[in-house]
Ligand binder design. Sequence first.
Ligand SMILES: Cc1ncc(C[n+]2csc(CCOP(=O)(O)OP(=O)(O)O)c2C)c(N)n1
Ligand code: SF4
Length: 278
Amino acid sequence: MMAEKSSIKKYLRGMKFPFCAGCGLFGIVDSFLRAVQELGYKNFKKFVFCSGIGCSSWIPSPFFLADSIHTLHGRSIPVATGIKLRRPDLNVVVFGGDGDLMGIGLGHFMHAARRNLDILVVMSNNMIYGMTGGQVAPTTPFGAITTTTPYGNFEQPFDAASLAVAAGATFSARWTTAHLKELKKTIKIALGLNGFRFIEVVSHCPTGFGRKRGLKTPQEFVDWVRDNAISIGEARKIGKNKQKNKIVIGEFIRKPRLTLIENIYAITREAQKLGKEN
Ligand SMILES: Cc1ncc(C[n+]2csc(CCOP(=O)(O)OP(=O)(O)O)c2C)c(N)n1
Ligand code: SF4
């Protein structure tokens, strides 16, 4: 009974996740639930989860024993915005894929960061569109073979964790599914902060991407991710040119500022005060 109570199973409905065997998304689920447990939340009553469409968008909904909403592809952040403005007391957490958040939903992502909407966004970056069959995505490495780039990708990928910083996120970090302890720690930090917080998780997708890269097993993919990761400190030392094909991991920014809701109240109050004086 005691063991059951302390288990992360209490956050789940007990339904089977629809991920392929060996998928990196299992590690993201596990890290998130362990972080929530270590922060002392007994249940998800203080949380609402939003997701779009894609393998990674299945993380919360309907599997978490929580209020959650599966929105349209790319539209999780607008729905999260509505929820947060109506219920600022709740922790609003968005889960999504790199296609969902860096492709069709990129505009919403950038504006939510700019506005400093008080939400946490956890993005699984499997470097392709997983659920639809492994097509090239805005995060696919240059030259990589995917189902729609049989000769190699012609385009440069987005650096999502840096985009979040440029747009105004108060917190941005990147880890991988080979760094689950660090990921859990970062989720705990991010859940304790305010403002637009972003965590990118480079995630292994053995089905959609691993096979195309010649990585025959999930473990080979995890090893490849680990071997190609460098810390943000090291990356800054060696400079951009030498970072080619490396996965830069760590905390990119932690810089609190007033959130959208705090600014709405502060500016409205100030205007009302001035109105009275006039
Ligand atoms: C408006 C719209 N366009 C396209 C699709 C088809 N579609 C479903 S999931 C998906 C991509 C999923 O990739 P990603 O967001 O990276 O998530 P993953 O499956 O890799 O976790 C696409 C293009 C859709 N459902 N709706
Ligand atoms: S296609 Fe890739 S991301 Fe989707 S469930 Fe399978 S292994 Fe995971």
